[in-house]
Design a protein around this ligand. Structure first.
Ligand code: MN
Length: 228
């Protein structure tokens, strides 16, 4: 039998609410500027140009409820997002068939070292240093679509220390969930375990050590994460 040359990295998983099963994560795609009001606050035209995606690493997902303030930044922002988890994949998936591939949905935060992302943007460099750091995507458990359906509307809210910072509605997404899946599948081969962070409404802003973030999305419950 062939042995691994080094210790094998653990499989990254998300818990499934109400079940004794775990969802194994393969890839993490994140859409940029998917709510018009957020595109405007970041200084961009909200017109429906082609979507764009960046990636986080699977092991950036974290369900501990704690977000350690990362190094080399003094401007870490919260971005409240709905996470979409795929049970099947493929290429060239038509929009009308896209939701058949969804396992479920969850709450997530696309935490961002905004200062480092800004430097990268200005220099025309990739965004990973601002986006794909350790524990940069706090997440909650997945809610299976077989139980909750496919949410396409509902209030999205993020509070920091009890004060509302982000407000929006899933129905304000520029690119809807089936469109994101279809678009990604034209450029990548999607597979079971892939997840998509579906973008954030306006109101992104900084957090500090000791803050408590509370994300809620109508129909998906809430997620509380403390900055340590
Ligand atoms: Mn985001």
């Amino acid at each position: 039998m062939t042995q691994f040359a080094i210790e094998t990295p653990p499989v990254v998983t998300l818990p499934v609410a109400g079940q004794d099963t775990l969802f194994p994560v393969r890839r993490v795609y994140c859409i940029g500027r998917n709510y018009a009001a957020h595109a405007i606050e970041m200084g961009h035209d909200p017109d429906r140009e082609d979507p764009f995606f960046f990636q986080k690493n699977p092991n950036n997902l974290d369900t501990s409820g704690t977000f350690p303030y990362p190094p080399h930044t003094s401007d870490v922002h919260h971005e409240a997002e709905m996470l979409v988890a795929l049970k099947t994949g493929g290429t060239n998936i038509p929009v009308e068939k896209a939701l058949d591939h969804v396992f479920g949905y969850g709450l997530s935060l696309d935490m961002t070292r905004r200062d480092l992302q800004g430097i990268a943007k200005k220099a025309g460099r990739p965004w990973e240093i601002g986006k794909a750091f350790e524990q940069s995507a706090p997440c909650g458990p997945l809610l299976p679509a077989s139980e909750i359906g496919h949410p396409d509307a509902g209030r999205v809210e993020l509070k920091v220390n009890g004060e509302i910072r982000q407000e929006g509605d899933l129905n304000q997404m520029i690119w809807k969930v089936p469109e994101m899946i279809s678009y990604l599948s034209e450029y990548f081969e999607l597979a079971p375990g892939d997840v998509i962070l579906s973008g954030t409404p306006s109101g992104v802003g900084p957090v500090s050590k000791g803050d408590t973030m509370e994300l809620s999305i109508e129909g998906l419950g809430n997620l509380i994460v403390t900055v340590s």
